[in-house]
Design a protein around this ligand. Structure first.
Ligand code: RI2
Length: 334
């Protein structure tokens, strides 16, 4: 049994040591969730695997590490932080392998790159909080959706700065992750109200801004985030409420540069109706897409660890950071 839900503060984050298969199952079942956290969890699992994997020569060793990376990358399809994080880790090992490194050289490079990724991810969340909180005004009424550590970092930092904000948390069906956000922010001391997703429009008319997290950013500046985010954005647009997205730059989806679309994860029907109800209503069909796409026109700006970026600036940011995708070419030899 893996106890990961007790991890409330990214700065105190410690993941249990797990095998690659266990990590895959943990990600798939969402025992660890949140785009940033799944990337760090995968980096931890890959680092621990790379630290101990045994092979006769560097080619065999590197192939084992690549296979582990490929498995972890495939656990969830939408949050691009997962492949970007894994690719970043593999990039370090690959440079060592391609320059003729020994098994121990590649191992050290992979472990070090994984540690770099984990540290920089935690730093990015903190920096986003600092940058985003400066855009929050004293007394703001803020709506948030789902459970995003980056969005919460902004809200907590604004609170730390004494801004006296009031936060409305959408409960975020089907998995009610808004409950976690409400609990965490209330425990931190913020003034928090939990509302049904369908009550969002009622509260939007009195809100000053909406702050949400991010699973992927497309080249045109569109946001892919938890299902319902695009409804929040549409309501914010209608009510002329500022819509802010808190997103680390490893959420840039580089494959959209070449016209590929972001896959939207479809999850089990049992997340939206009880098994008994499903059995009693065999003629009812179900659909459970867990992410949606918010068009760039509805987004005022992204807050990244590199600063504020309007949706129209995403293409330039992707070009600037393109080197991270190099690890994506690293594939095991089957
Ligand atoms: P942070 C989550 O996805 C939510 O969609 C949330 O908005 C997003 O990741 C970003 O979260 P899921 O893993 O990286 O709960 O800001 O499906 O924590």
């Amino acid at each position: 049994m893996i106890h990961v839900e007790t991890l409330k503060d990214a700065h105190k984050e410690e993941f249990p040591k797990v095998s690659v298969d266990e990590a895959y199952d943990t990600l798939k079942s969402m025992k660890v969730h949140g785009a940033g956290r799944i990337a760090r969890f995968a980096a931890h699992a890959l680092r621990d695997y790379a630290a101990e994997a045994k092979a006769r020569n560097s080619r065999d060793y590197w192939n084992l590490v690549l296979r582990a990376g490929e498995k972890l990358r495939s656990a969830r399809p939408t949050a691009v932080s997962l492949p970007n994080g894994v690719n970043y880790v593999l990039y370090g090992g690959r440079k060592s392998f391609e320059s003729g490194g020994s098994v121990e050289d590649i191992r050290t490079a992979t472990v070090n790159t994984a540690n770099d990724f984990i540290t920089s991810s935690i730093d990015a969340v903190r920096q986003i909080g600092e940058i985003g909180a400066r855009r929050v005004k004293n007394g703001d009424v803020i709506i948030t959706h789902c459970n995003s550590e980056a969005a919460m970092s902004v809200l907590k930092k604004a609170y730390d700065m004494g801004k006296g904000i009031k936060v409305y948390c959408d409960e975020t069906r089907p998995k009610f992750q808004g409950h976690k956000t409400a609990a965490a922010l209330a425990a931190y001391g913020l003034d928090v109200t939990l509302i049904c997703d369908s009550a969002c429009r009622v509260y939007m008319s009195n809100a000053d801004r909406a702050v949400v997290g991010c699973d992927a950013i497309a080249v045109n500046g569109a946001l892919v985030n938890k299902i319902g985010t695009s409804q929040v954005a549409t309501m914010a647009h209608e009510a002329r409420v500022n819509f802010m997205v808190a997103a680390e730059t490893y959420k840039l989806d580089f494959k959209t540069l070449s016209g590929e679309l972001v896959d939207i994860e479809e999850r089990e029907h049992t997340e939206i109706a009880a098994k008994e109800w499903i059995a009693q209503n065999p003629k009812v069909k179900f659909s459970n897409p867990v992410f949606d796409v918010t068009p760039p026109e509805y987004i005022d700006f992204y807050v990244t660890e590199k600063g504020i970026v309007p949706p129209g600036g995403i293409f330039s940011l992707m070009k600037e950071l393109y080197q991270y995708t190099e690890g994506a070419q690293a594939r095991p030899e089957h």
